[in-house]
Structure formats: structure tokens, C-alpha cells
Write a protein that binds this ligand. Structure first.
Ligand SMILES: [Zn+2]
Length: 392
């Protein structure tokens, strides 16, 4: 099965490359923001819908105008790609998956995407359009042999680090079938609790980094606005934030890969994180453990390796139901970590009981292809797996 897979590496540009990239990022940002305004104005002022093709035609005119002639100094390919990114942002908005597109800011992460006609890959080195020398990439893991990258995205993050993400189509072989199955519950104390009683990902793991971050943020706030020291302090905050995000992401990848490798069927609760984050007391804990990202990773890795991920309705009462006798409690507040079933007398660890229920509900779905509550359970059983663009 062919799957699109992105490989991300850090690289260290030369001064000249930094200069070319800065120019390219600037032009991409300009074109993106310009096209966003064009599309917004077309709609709100004239009631017209402007799409990718329309903006691409207007870009040709824009590049001929005196005020914006500098757009010709960079490769034209990333500029067109910016229009495509914007088009995708609009599609996500129209289809209800995202908010209305917003303007890109200089201070945020910068990026430029090069389609295959704007870079060369010789099997060892990667050279971007308008550059004489290849990028100096840290190959912390090899690209698959004789792969053909379809596009390359270069980013500079808020901590001034440069990354290149290389998109390739890859033949991924499904893993050997295993009889093991598992239910996962999202915990607050641990990120994941499994139906066989394992816990993973203690948030304390990140506590030290967070203390450092809080200190750096206080320092930044005290510096005079517009001063060089403030800019320096801001960079320090950005670096720490990135470091924390990287560690978290690495951990999630490690755990999702492990889970998918070990189990044929993985059952999870599809929590609506957006709604839960609004509940303030829980907010930090839930954003921290990054459940949504974790489930996303499980989903595409399951597709890659021929595993089944079953998502259970978020309203399924997995915590309040006794796994042993099915008795349903009226309520169970979040601070109750263990409870005794009034019906059968079994003492439950809150999270393990929930994970067991999730597994049972997931298997019920898997066995008969029916919803536990009709129409409310998502399952990818029996449906063809779509190819997914994702990084691992
Ligand atoms: Zn019971």
C-alpha cells in the first residue's frame, strides 16, 4: 500500500542560504496575505468566489507591477504553493474543519514549499531552486532507498531553527497479525492507562521544563518593550517552548508506535478536546497530555500497518460503568480515583475500569460492525484506508 510520509530533518543554512530563505519566506507570506485579502474582498465587497486559479492569474499581474516587482527575485514555485496552502485553508473553513484563514505574521514560524520542479534530489543531497549548494542536513535517520520526494517544505521556527520536511510516497508493509487487543483511557495523572493495567506518560516528566519556561516568561515580561534584551528574552522563551513541544511529540510518537506494533485492535475514546479545554480546571492537564494528537497518530499508524483503531462514542459511560457486572453509577466526580461497585462489590481503579470498558465496547463494534449507541460510534472497520499525509 502506498502512503505519503513526511521525513523531517534539521538543517544548518549558510549565510547566503539564510538570506535567500528569508527573502523567500517574506515573499510567500506577502503573497499568502495578499491573496487572503483578495479573496475576502472579492466575496464581501462583490459577492464573488475567488479560487486558486483566480489568485494564480492575479499573481502574474501582481509580479509585473512596479511596487511588487521584488517578488520576482525568489523562485516562483513556493509563491504558487502559498496560494495552494491558502486554498486548502479556505476549504478546511468551508467544510467546517477550521476557522476562517488569518494573516501570517513575521514573528511566527515561516515556511516555504517547493514542488518537485523547484528542487533537485540526487539520492544524497537536496538543493533548492536559486541555491548553488545543497542544504546541510542532519540525517538523523535515512530516507528510504531510491525514493522520489514529491515536495519539500522548509521552515524556520520561532526559535530560529531551520527544518526541512521531505514528502515521499512509500510502500509500507503491514505488520504480522497479532491476537493482542487493548483499550486505552485518557488519564489525568498519566497520559494513557491501558485495559491490562499499564500506565504511560506521567506529566511530571515535563514539570522541570515548565518551571524553566515560567521563569523565562517572567523575565521576558519585565524587559522594556522594543529593547534588544526583550527580543533576546523572547527568543529564549520560544526555544524552551519548542523544546517542550518536541519532547512531548517524541514521547507521543514513541507510545503510539509501540501501541500499534503490539496490538491488532486498539480501542480509544474519541474525546472532544476542544470542549474539554474550555472547562478551565481540566484545561492544562488535557492540553498537556495532547490526547487528540496522540489519537491522530494512532489513526494513521493503524492505517499504515494494517491495524484497527476503534473510536468509541465520547458519551459512552466508560468510567461510571462497572466492568464486572455492568452496574452504572449515577455520577462519578473526577477526584474519585477508585470506587467500589454497590452491586457486585468489586473495587475498581477508575482509569483501568474505564480502559477495560473501552476495550469491550470497541470489540463489540469490531465484532458486529454495529455501534454501541447507534450512529454515534466511529469505526474504520471494513472501510478502505485512505492514504494519509503524516509525519512519524
Ligand atoms: Zn459491579
Amino acid at each position: 500500500m502506498k502512503q505519503k510520509k513526511a521525513y523531517k530533518y534539521r538543517f544548518y543554512p549558510s549565510d547566503e542560504q539564510k538570506h535567500i530563505l528569508a527573502q523567500t519566506f517574506g515573499c510567500c507570506r506577502y503573497v499568502y496575505n495578499w491573496a487572503l485579502r483578495e479573496r475576502t474582498d472579492a466575496y464581501y465587497q462583490r459577492g464573488e468566489r475567488l479560487y486558486y486559479e483566480g489568485t494564480a492569474q492575479r499573481l502574474v499581474t501582481l509580479k509585473k507591477q512596479e511596487g511588487t516587482i521584488w517578488l520576482n527575485e525568489v523562485s516562483s514555485v513556493p509563491l504558487q504553493q502559498s496560494l495552494r496552502h491558502l486554498d486548502k485553508a479556505f476549504r478546511n473553513f468551508f467544510e467546517g474543519r477550521a476557522e476562517y484563514p488569518t494573516f501570517k505574521k513575521k514573528r511566527h514560524q515561516q515556511s516555504a514549499t517547493y514542488a518537485s520542479n523547484a528542487f533537485t534530489w540526487d539520492g544524497h543531497t537536496l538543493t533548492l531552486a536559486k541555491m548553488d549548494a545543497p542544504l546541510s542536513i542532519v540525517w538523523h535517520r535515512p530516507l528510504p532507498d531510491s525514493c522520489k520526494p514529491s515536495s519539500v517544505t522548509v521552515t524556520r521556527d520561532e526559535a530560529n531553527r531551520y527544518f526541512v520536511s521531505i514528502l515521499i510516497e512509500e510502500d509500507i508493509k503491514p505488520l504480522e497479525v497479532t491476537p493482542k487487543m487493548v483499550g486505552l483511557d485518557l488519564g489525568l495523572k498519566s497520559m494513557v492507562i491501558t485495559s491490562d493495567g499499564h500506565t504511560y506518560g506521567n506529566p511530571q516528566f515535563f514539570a522541570k521544563d515548565e518551571k524553566k519556561l515560567a521563569k523565562a516568561q517572567r523575565r521576558h515580561a519585565k524587559k522594556k518593550k522594543g529593547s534588544k534584551n526583550r527580543a533576546k528574552a523572547r527568543l529564549k522563551v520560544a526555544r524552551l517552548q519548542k523544546k517542550i513541544a518536541d519532547r512531548r511529540r517524541n514521547y507521543q510518537h514513541h507510545l503510539s508506535t509501540h501501541t500499534i506494533r503490539e496490538n491488532q485492535v486498539v480501542c480509544v475514546e474519541s474525546l472532544s478536546v476542544k470542549n474539554m479545554v474550555k472547562n478551565h480546571g481540566l484545561a492544562k492537564a488535557i492540553s498537556d497530555v495532547g490526547w487528540a494528537e496522540f489519537v491522530r497518530q494512532l489513526e494513521y499508524k493503524a492505517a499504515w500497518y494494517g491495524r484497527t483503531l476503534v473510536k468509541i462514542d465520547k458519551w459512552y459511560p466508560s468510567s461510571k460503568r462497572c466492568f464486572d457486572c455492568g452496574h452504572l453509577l449515577d455520577s462519578l466526580t473526577l477526584d474519585v480515583r477508585s470506587w467500589t461497585c454497590p452491586e457486585c462489590g468489586v473495587v475498581h481503579d477508575r482509569d483501568i475500569n474505564a480502559a477495560k470498558n473501552i476495550l469491550a465496547a470497541g470489540l463489540a463494534v469490531a465484532a458486529c460492525g454495529e455501534a454501541v449507541r447507534p450512529g454515534a460510534v466511529k469505526t474504520n472497520l471494513g472501510k478502505p484506508q485512505r492514504s494519509r499525509k503524516a509525519s512519524s
